[in-house]
Design a protein around this ligand. Structure first.
Ligand code: NAP
Length: 172
């Protein structure tokens, strides 16, 4: 999840220009196109809510041919063969269907679905990247998951555009 420092993952109007930082941090890491490709290739399946799916379509589909499961209660359809729509209970979807097929499953978001996955103990790790901005308002990632969860910090990476990524394992 990419977040502003004040915890918002999307602006109220849905605009995403804030995701492109103009900051510069001299000690930060710069990712090469090859490293980004390798990272994307390590993901076996994406899961997302229907609003995130529709937003991704508007912005230009970034998930290529990797399998994607979109959770929705509506009858949506796509010409892309790698996109599947599901209204399954998330626990059944992950444990009975996806876990046996895919090793690295990436829950893209948005806020609604990410919170549901955390509440239902379906996530192993949380990767949150803070952009150097305060948005002041918008869609919060971390409001009221409703329970306490201990985390183990696995990695921290600061990037040259001022983004700081924290990688946590959820200790259940
Ligand atoms: N900054 C980031 O890293 C980041 C990452 C991801 C998304 N986002 C942004 O977050 C925003 C969307 O987030 P959001 O919280 O509004 O929506 P969302 O989580 O993407 O989608 C919510 C929708 O998914 C469907 N859904 C949720 N749980 C379900 C379940 N258990 N079974 C079946 N369907 C289910 C419902 O849609 P139906 O009405 O279709 O049933 C629900 O309204 C977008 O602006 C997106 O760009 C930001």
């Amino acid at each position: 999840m990419v977040s502003s420092l004040d915890g918002f993952i999307a602006k109220k109007d849905g605009s995403v220009s804030w995701l492109r930082s103009t900051d510069y941090y001299s000690k930060g890491k710069s990712l090469t196109a090859e490293e980004m490709e390798q990272f994307n290739a390590s993901i076996d399946c994406y899961v997302m809510g229907s609003r995130t799916y529709q937003h991704a379509l508007e912005l230009g589909w970034p998930y290529g041919e990797t399998p994607v499961v979109v959770l929705t209660h509506r009858k949506l359809s796509s010409d892309r063969k790698n996109i599947k729509f599901s209204a399954k209970d998330p626990t059944a979807l992950v444990n009975d269907e996806l876990k046996s097929k895919f090793k690295n499953i990436w829950m893209v978001g948005g806020s609604k679905l990410a919170k549901e996955f955390l509440r239902l103990d379906l996530a192993d790790d949380i990767v949150i990247a803070f952009m150097p901005i305060l948005l002041g308002d918008g869609l919060l990632f971390f409001d009221f998951i409703g329970k306490e969860q201990r985390l183990h910090l696995k990695d921290v990476t600061a990037y040259s555009d001022g983004m700081v990524e924290l990688w946590y394992e959820i200790k259940n």
